[in-house]
Design a protein around this ligand. Structure first.
Ligand SMILES: Nc1ncnc2c1ncn2[C@@H]1O[C@H](COP(=O)(O)OP(=O)(O)OP(=O)(O)O)[C@@H](O)[C@H]1O
Ligand SMILES: O=P(O)(O)OC[C@H]1O[C@H](OP(=O)(O)OP(=O)(O)O)[C@H](O)[C@@H]1O
Length: 230
């Protein structure tokens, strides 16, 4: 057996993850062609690299198909309701910073925070005969956040990308999405609610609590932890 380390196969997290491990003496590399999702780990024996989508890392960790995995806090908490039982946080990686926020059109000048939103949502339902629509891919986190805030008159509509565009396209009245520089929000004439921060996220290394660890995997894990701590 060997320890399986799951790392995003492309996008903004992949290169930075490779750099983060390189600084700690571990060289992760893709093998084969650009399009082949195969890889290797040099600098330690007994660790196998698995390249996969950042959004699939939580599920693979929970199923125990990978022992270690890198993904954002946002994706992990969204996808694993019982995350504390399923995974352990090994190390925050110090990149991939993003805030999951609630944003409304800038022209809603009377809406500043969640209290205002609650009032607008109730009125919206009466006026339009359906609930105010919030576009997001973070269904669980947003539901929990709005539930705690006492906002109930809304419905979530699924948006797996270009979420800020849903307001202009009139498929939603507002959004819940991640922001980093704020440029996409500004370009789409949206403003963040003053108390609309749902979660602060960053890329993080997680360990599966459900994966099977042979004696040699435990030894490799200890060796790896020493390397990462140094
Ligand atoms: N603009 C951004 N700035 C910084 N981090 C971001 C930004 N957008 C997303 N992220 C973070 O990057 C991580 C991966 O998101 P991304 O959308 O690249 O992955 P994904 O959903 O797995 O995409 P794909 O399925 O296309 O690989 C998430 O944890 C997210 O918080
Ligand atoms: O605050 P900013 O720096 O503008 O970044 C925020 C944008 O980045 C992410 O989108 P991504 O680039 O992953 O595209 P997507 O909409 O297809 O998910 C996120 O969903 C926002 O749209």
């Amino acid at each position: 057996m060997s320890l399986k380390l799951g790392v995003p196969s492309k996008g903004r997290l992949m290169d930075k993850t490779f750099d983060w491990f390189a600084k700690r003496g571990l060289t992760l590399s893709r093998t084969g062609s650009e399009r082949e999702y195969a890889g290797r780990v040099d600098g330690i024996d007994g660790v196998e690299l698995v390249l996969l989508s950042a959004s699939e890392v939580p599920r693979e960790l929970a199923a125990g198909r990978i022992h270690l995995g890198v993904t954002g806090t946002d994706l992990l908490l969204e996808k694993l309701p019982r995350w504390e039982q399923q995974v352990e946080e090994v190390a925050p990686l110090g990149f991939g910073f993003a805030d999951l926020i609630l944003a409304v059109p800038q022209f809603w000048i009377d809406v500043d925070g969640l209290d205002d939103l609650d009032a607008v949502a109730a009125r919206f339902r009466v006026d339009h005969g359906h609930r105010l629509r919030i576009a997001t891919k973070y269904h669980r986190l947003v539901r929990e956040f709005l539930g705690d805030a006492g906002v109930a008159d809304y419905q979530l509509v699924d948006s797996q990308g270009a979420t800020e565009g849903t307001v202009k396209n009139e498929t939603a009245e507002m959004i819940a999405d991640i922001t980093s520089t704020g440029e996409t929000l500004r370009a789409n004439h949206l403003k963040i609610l003053s108390d609309g921060l749902v979660l602060k996220s960053q890329a993080t290394l997680w360990r599966s609590r459900t994966a099977k660890y042979e004696a040699e995997d435990k030894a490799t894990l200890n060796q790896l932890r020493d390397l990462l701590d140094s």
